[in-house]
Design a binder for this molecule. Structure first.
Ligand code: GLA
Length: 452
């Protein structure tokens, strides 16, 4: 089985507000595990979040996405149980949940646990043998921000069941089963992007994903280009958003154009037939067709360090997202303006489903700190909301962490803990049962950022 190699350390300075080492994070999780279950965990698993570099909403149109698995990840420390019960504790939420594997039902009171339950149910439907376990969950993927906290929880869950069950799924199948859990059990009709990235990510490179045949190839960004996230802190809810409506409009467009998916239409073909579509459907479809085209172009531009192309493609993507797909939000505009005015910026665009959440910028390596400081200052001045702005690096897909704390890479830093437990709190769940809690012990390794 694959074990994770370390994520590169974050450079010091304001680009990276609060970073804790993997050793510290591990100690926190292990202490909680011992407190709750009186024993040490015997298994450590992780799965990363992701940021899409280009390709908004192209996944369910069977198109391309350029996607980056990131160092923010979700961990489960586990120990098998003799019975068929799964006992969970979320450190972020300070919430527990348990369920029996013989009858997996969703829990409206502990909705965060439905991602785990859903994966359990789907894996069993596939005839896979599952073991009960005690688990403590901890995540550094911000919730409802467009960085795939849900997929990270699903994929780390599948990894735990895999390790305890003594079987192994290939990453693409694992991703498909996790997607099925989200579609059918949680009830969010998402595409494959998030789960694919979380399961199949490779350290050190982005993935150019083809959502039609589910193949991908690594894309290494040119040295000197860094990826920086700007979290607007304006939360979005995928299930309650217009995500489903956008998807239905794309499907209607494809149907009217006589193709299985919009991926099959070239820009030239679309230009010739656009008037066959109702106007709103036409706008949605135009965005997808153009965005799909931009994915391949951005991949080439990032490899070649073509600043002008990166700037133009990201600007066109953001414009299309706002004007044609209409997934913009005021906070996204403010963040984009702050990013585009900051030193070292090459280009910036939306991340995830839109409707708030995060923006992603390409930044000259030498200017990352100055960029982050400038964006924080400008965004806070405009909104009175403290954003999170941080560098991300490509991380490996879901797998095992070293099983002992003194394993060779245990001293490396991982992830970016940019909030208190309470703030990261509901990071597993789109519906936090206790939002805004910030009550970990004072010496907690997870610190609460102060406004500038
Ligand atoms: C969410 C969904 C993905 C994808 C993106 C938009 O993250 O889960 O499947 O559709 O939105 O690109």
């Amino acid at each position: 089985m694959r074990t994770e190699t370390a994520t590169a350390p974050c450079p010091p300075g304001p680009a990276c507000r609060d970073v804790v080492s993997r050793t510290e994070r591990r100690a926190l999780v292990e202490a909680e595990f011992r407190r709750r279950y009186d024993r040490a965990p015997s298994l450590w698993c992780r799965a990363p979040g992701r940021v899409d570099l280009m390709g908004s909403h192209t996944d369910y149109n069977l198109g391309y996405v350029l996607t980056l698995p990131i160092g923010c990840d979700t961990w489960i420390a586990a120990r098998p149980r003799e019975d068929r019960t799964v006992c969970l504790y979320s450190l972020n939420l300070e919430a527990e949940a348990s369920f029996g594997l013989d009858r997996v039902v969703s829990d409206p009171q502990a909705r965060w646990s439905n991602y785990v339950r859903g994966v359990a149910q789907v894996l069993q439907t596939e005839g896979l043998k599952l073991n009960g376990f005690d688990g403590v969950i901890h995540s550094t993927v911000p919730m409802s921000s467009g960085l795939s906290s849900s997929a990270a929880l699903e994929c780390v869950t599948a990894t735990v069941f895999e390790a305890l069950g003594g079987w192994k799924l290939d990453p693409v199948n694992k991703a498909l089963l996790c997607q099925r859990a989200e579609n059918q059990f949680v009830g969010v009709n998402c595409g494959i992007l998030d789960q694919y990235t979380s399961c199949a990510g490779q350290e050190g490179c982005a993935l150019l994903l083809d959502c039609r045949d589910l193949s991908s190839r690594p894309v290494k960004l040119a040295d000197g280009i860094k990826v920086v996230i700007g979290d607007t802190k304006s939360k979005r809810e995928l299930a309650g958003s217009e995500y489903g409506q956008r998807r239905a409009q794309c499907e209607e467009g494809a149907r009217r154009l006589g193709v299985q998916a919009l991926r099959e239409i070239s820009l030239e073909q679309f230009n010739a037939r656009e008037r066959e579509l109702p106007s709103e459907v036409a706008k949605r479809c135009r965005f997808i067709v153009e965005e799909n085209d931009r994915v391949l172009k951005l991949g080439a531009a990032l490899k070649a360090f073509d600043r002008q192309a990166i700037r133009q493609l990201t600007a066109a993507s953001f414009r299309g997202a706002c004007d044609l797909y209409e997934i913009g939000a005021p906070a996204m505009h403010t963040m984009t303006e702050a990013m585009l005015a900051a030193p070292g910026v090459i280009g910036a665009r939306q991340a995830g489903a839109g409707f708030g959440g995060c923006l992603v910028a390409f930044v000259e390596e030498a200017s990352v700190d100055a960029f982050a400081a400038s964006v924080r200052h400008a965004y806070f001045a405009a909104t009175q909301t403290q954003p999170e702005v941080y560098l991300v690096q490509a991380a490996a897909g879901a797998g095992l962490l070293p099983q002992t704390p003194d394993a060779p890479d245990a001293h490396h830093r991982s992830g970016f803990l940019t909030a208190s437990i309470g703030k990261t709190a509901a990071r597993h769940s789109p519906h936090p049962s206790r939002p805004g809690r910030t009550h970990r012990p004072k010496d907690s390794i997870i610190r609460n950022p102060e406004p500038n």
